[in-house]
Design a protein around this ligand. Structure first.
Ligand code: 13P
Length: 256
C-alpha cells in the first residue's frame, strides 16, 4: 500500500479548504485501487472539511496535538478533540514544531503515546538538518529521534506504525533528497522501529517528505522502500496533489 498525506500547514480559510477537499475527493472517484490519502488542514477548518469528506475514503489528519487528554491547558487541542472532529491521523514532531516551538523528545513521546492510546494514527516526523548531514551525522541523529519516541513505548498490536522521513534541508527548498539517500534512511528507520516495537519490519510504514512535486513523485513512489509521501506546498495545489495521487494509483494498479 502507499499513503499520500497533504500537510496544508498554516494555510487556507474555510472556503478554500472545503473547495480543495472536494477537488481531492473527485480525484479518488472511479478508481479500482487508490493510495490511502490523508489531508491535514489547520485546526480552524477541520470541522468544515470533515463535513466535505465524511463517508468518503479521504481521511482527515491534524498537524499537531497537545500532550494531555483534557484540562486547564489554554490554547491546546487534545487528541480526543481531534477524534471528535473526525481525525484519524495526527502529525507529531514536524521539524517546524521542533524548531520554532521548541518541542523536544520528552514532549513528543507523550503526544505519540496519547495518540496510540486514543487509537488515532500518529505520523511521526524525523529528519536531520543540513549541518548534521554535512557532518556525516544524519543517521545517528535520526536514530536518536526514533529512540526518544519508541523506547519505553507500548505499541498496541493494531496500531499503524508510520514515520515520515523529512530532512529539514529538503523542506520547502525545492531541493529534495535523492532516492538513494531516502532509501538508505528508510531502511534504517524501518529496522529501528521494528527493533524497538518488536513489530515485523513490513508493518512499519516509512514516508518521505521534502519538496515533493508531481514531477518528482513517481521516482519516489515506485520504490518499494518508500511507502508514501508527506507533501507540503504541492498539497495546496489541486492539480499537483491530484497528479501525485494518480501516480500512486497507477503504481498500485500495475502491481495487481
Ligand atoms: P514541502 O513539500 O513544502 O517541502 O513540505 C514538506 C513538509 O514539511 C510536509 O510536512
Amino acid at each position: 500500500m502507499k499513503t499520500v498525506i497533504g500537510n496544508w500547514k498554516m494555510n487556507l480559510g474555510i472556503r478554500e479548504s472545503v473547495a480543495l477537499a472536494h477537488g481531492v475527493l473527485q480525484s479518488l472517484k472511479g478508481k479500482e485501487l487508490t493510495p490511502d490519502v490523508v489531508i491535514c488542514p489547520p485546526f480552524t477548518v477541520l470541522s468544515e472539511v470533515q463535513k466535505a469528506v465524511s463517508k468518503s475514503k479521504l481521511a482527515l489528519g491534524a498537524q499537531n496535538c497537545g500532550p494531555d487528554r483534557a484540562g486547564a491547558f489554554t490554547g491546546e487541542i487534545s487528541v480526543p478533540m481531534l477524534k471528535d472532529v473526525g481525525c484519524s491521523f495526527v502529525i507529531i514532531g514536524h521539524s517546524e514544531r521542533r524548531n520554532y516551538m521548541q518541542e523536544d523528545g520528552v514532549l513528543l513521546h507523550k503526544k505519540f503515546r496519547l495518540a496510540l492510546e486514543e487509537k488515532i494514527t500518529p505520523v511521526l516526523c524525523v529528519g536531520e538538518s543540513k549541518i548534521e548531514r554535512e557532518a556525516g551525522q544524519a543517521i545517528t541523529f535520526v536514530k536518536n529521534q526514533l529512540k526518544e519516541i519508541f523506547e519505553n513505548q507500548t505499541i498496541p498490536k493494531t496500531s499503524r506504525l508510520m514515520v515520515a522521513y523529512e530532512p529539514i534541508w529538503a523542506i520547502g527548498t525545492g531541493a529534495p533528497a535523492s532516492v538513494a539517500d531516502i532509501v538508505e534512511m528508510h531502511q534504517i528507520i524501518r529496522a529501528e522501529v521494528a527493533k524497538y516495537t518488536g513489530a515485523e519490519p513490513e508493518r512499519v510504514e516509512v514516508l518521505y517528505g521534502g519538496s515533493v512535486t508531481s514531477e518528482n513523485a513517481y521516482g519516489y513512489l515506485r520504490e518499494s522502500e518508500i511507502d508514501g509521501l508527506l507533501i507540503g506546498g504541492a498539497s495546496l495545489k489541486l492539480n499537483q496533489f491530484t497528479e501525485i495521487i494518480n501516480l500512486a494509483s497507477d503504481i498500485l494498479n500495475a502491481q495487481i
